[in-house]
Design a binder for this molecule. Sequence first.
Ligand SMILES: C[S@@+](CC[C@H](N)C(=O)[O-])C[C@H]1O[C@@H](n2cnc3c(N)ncnc32)[C@H](O)[C@@H]1O
Ligand code: SF4
Length: 403
Amino acid sequence: MPSTLPDGDPVPTDGSVPERSLAEVPTRPLSIYLHVPFCRSRCGYCDFNTYTADELGPGASRGDWADTAIAELALADRVLGADRPEVSTVFVGGGTPTLLPPADLGRVLAEIERRFGLAPGAEVTTESNPDTVDAASLAELRAAGFTRISFGMQSADAGVLTILDREHTAGRAQTAVAEARAVGFESVSLDLIYGTPGESLDSWRRTLDSALAAEPDHLSAYALIVEDGTRLAARIRRGELPMTDDDDLADKYVLADEVLSAAGLGWYEVSNWARTPGDRCRHNLAYWQGGTWWGIGPGAHSHVGGTRFWNVKHPTAWAGRLAVGESPGYAREILDPETRRIERILLELRLAEGLPLSVLTDSERARLAAPEQSGLVELVEERAVLTLRGRLLADGVVRDLLD
Ligand SMILES: C[S@@+](CC[C@H](N)C(=O)[O-])C[C@H]1O[C@@H](n2cnc3c(N)ncnc32)[C@H](O)[C@@H]1O
Ligand code: SF4
């Protein structure tokens, strides 16, 4: 979640959403995202809404996060009303959720279950920085009801980890995968970053091999984004490190797809691969397929039937609003049907399942002929699916289609 928030219309102080958006709630799966805005130290490339102990300032503390999250769950319960499905997916992200005691995360999860109910087979994920867990804390998280865990590994190359300012050693993430599996997590994922200044193609290959040796069920590989205002951006500006290079990023993406497919992981979204369709992250799929989700926590975004809203960014402001019984919503946007259709194109074209052609207008359908002829898109059972080359140029394909 980027640290700057867009502007929009004000959110009512009671957090209510328009009736016509609420009317969609019974028809779609319900997801809950929880944002834990704390990190032990800030990685040089990271622009997420997260704070180290020094950055946090007065009026907010890690110890209060669970109670404040529980207060926001009460608000979500009131706003969504009784006519809603049980929760299908929960995702605790950050920041570093596993900096909190497992009992705090467990308490919040128990409150979700008490208020909303968890659907049978619900997917309950936490993100984790591998140096913040051990076998005992993982066992506690599993016992509290977490079914899935995603570790930020980023690289197996000690030099790359140093440039990224990561605190863990190259092998820690792989050990954490084994520990998570041993205590019964149903699905374990690793996050990798490619394109770090100084990373060679061989180093990236070793990272992929080393991640695969841990036998994760799911893997995300992200091209390094040099975010304004980060330490990494400053070092590149000063000429201490070279800027990322688009051709290098493309070569590394192609290598990732080759190595991961050969190991039996199939892509299902441009940056995500899973061992079986059952290992795909259902929470992220809900984002990409227009589900309902409520984002709890500072800066968290929500979507309810075409109304999008997002919370105030700072943990102190978030806690302060909830303490006086007000919504922590900072702003909202009510999407019209045409905007929702365009968002569907943007998101579903990035999925391996592809975009149903029925979503396109006649002129968009005609414009699809060009990327089809140049081998960027294939038509599979009335859906437009990106080819490997198309995945490298996904944004351009969408731009040409919507022209
Ligand atoms: C919230 S973090 C995951 C959990 C934990 N905080 C960690 O870093 O290990 C989510 C993921 O976003 C990715 N990420 C963050 N900033 C990025 C950037 N500037 N470019 C590419 N990927 C980034 C990293 O792969 C990271 O694992
Ligand atoms: S640990 Fe994760 S969220 Fe925290 S600063 Fe590093 S990448 Fe960002």
